[in-house]
Design a binder for this molecule. Structure first.
Ligand code: PGA
Length: 256
């Protein structure tokens, strides 16, 4: 049975009241009769709504995740949030290495690597985002970029620990643009990521979930999720409407 993770990355959207509404809408709208056990549903609201969302999702089929964390457990890091804090709120996942953080906050692969290590220590599954810019794709360096990001972000992580990590292939040019990768582009990149993790990084490639992210919506989800090496989606815009997000979940449910 093919496994799917359908993850909503809400980014800096929804205040606490709106987040509660969206969480309830997703929780209550899930496939009647229950989700196929091969499908995991995840929402990643802003930090300010995690506590409220935790109350709504705890004990349900909706998992909770964060969008970022700081590598230290505690201390004088004004404005930052640690992995143990997220764990305490019931976060099962945390996104790291999103291209918006790499671009606007200058996050490097080695900093992302330290976040991944902190999350693993505290029992939170990192969702590691990798992806090339349009210029990198045009110049033919897509795979080189993906492999460098994977190698440096996963440096020093054991094969066993890698089982807890989810990779999200997010071509930067597809994020928030309405222009998703074609099914061929997505499958090609996913297969390459899986192969690289297995051969160069000695990772448990066949067991790892590789999500696609970048303008996935209720219209294109079916064809993207049908690709052999696509195990789900990291969904921004289309995860902010319960109806669209639920429709993507339903699609994964029928494909698994
Ligand atoms: P998008 O965002 O679905 O709005 O393109 C995806 C992401 O950035 O994770």
């Amino acid at each position: 049975m093919k496994k799917y993770l359908i993850a909503g990355n809400w980014k800096m959207n929804t205040n606490a009241d709106e987040a509660v509404k969206l969480c309830v809408g997703i929780r209550d709208g899930l496939v009647p009769g229950g989700l196929n056990p091969a499908v995991t549903v995840l929402v990643c609201p802003p930090f300010t709504s995690l506590s409220a969302a935790s109350g709504i999702t705890r004990g349900t089929a909706v998992q909770l995740g964060a969008q970022n964390c700081y590598p230290a457990d505690s201390g004088a890091f004004t404005g930052e949030i640690s992995a143990p804090m997220l764990n305490n709120l019931g976060c099962a996942y945390c996104i790291v290495g999103h291209s918006e953080r790499r671009t606007y906050f200058h996050e490097t692969d080695s900093f992302i690597n330290s976040k991944i290590k902190a999350l693993l220590i505290h029992g939170i599954k990192p969702i590691l985002c990798v992806g090339e810019t349009l210029d990198e794709r045009k110049s033919g360096s897509t795979f080189e970029v993906l492999e460098r990001q994977l190698r440096d972000c996963l440096e020093g992580i054991s094969r066993d620990a890698m089982k807890e990590i989810v990779v999200a292939y997010e071509p930067v040019w597809a994020i928030g643009t309405g222009l998703a990768a074609t099914t061929e582009q997505a499958q090609e990149a996913h297969a390459r990521i899986r192969q690289f993790i297995g051969s160069a990084l000695n990772g448990p490639a066949d067991d790892m979930l590789i999500l696609y992210g970048g303008s996935m919506n209720d219209k294109n989800a079916g064809e993207l999720l049908s690709q052999k090496d696509v195990n789900g989606g990291l969904i921004g815009g289309a995860s902010l409407k319960a109806e669209a997000f639920l429709s993507i979940i339903k699609t994964a449910n029928s494909l698994s």
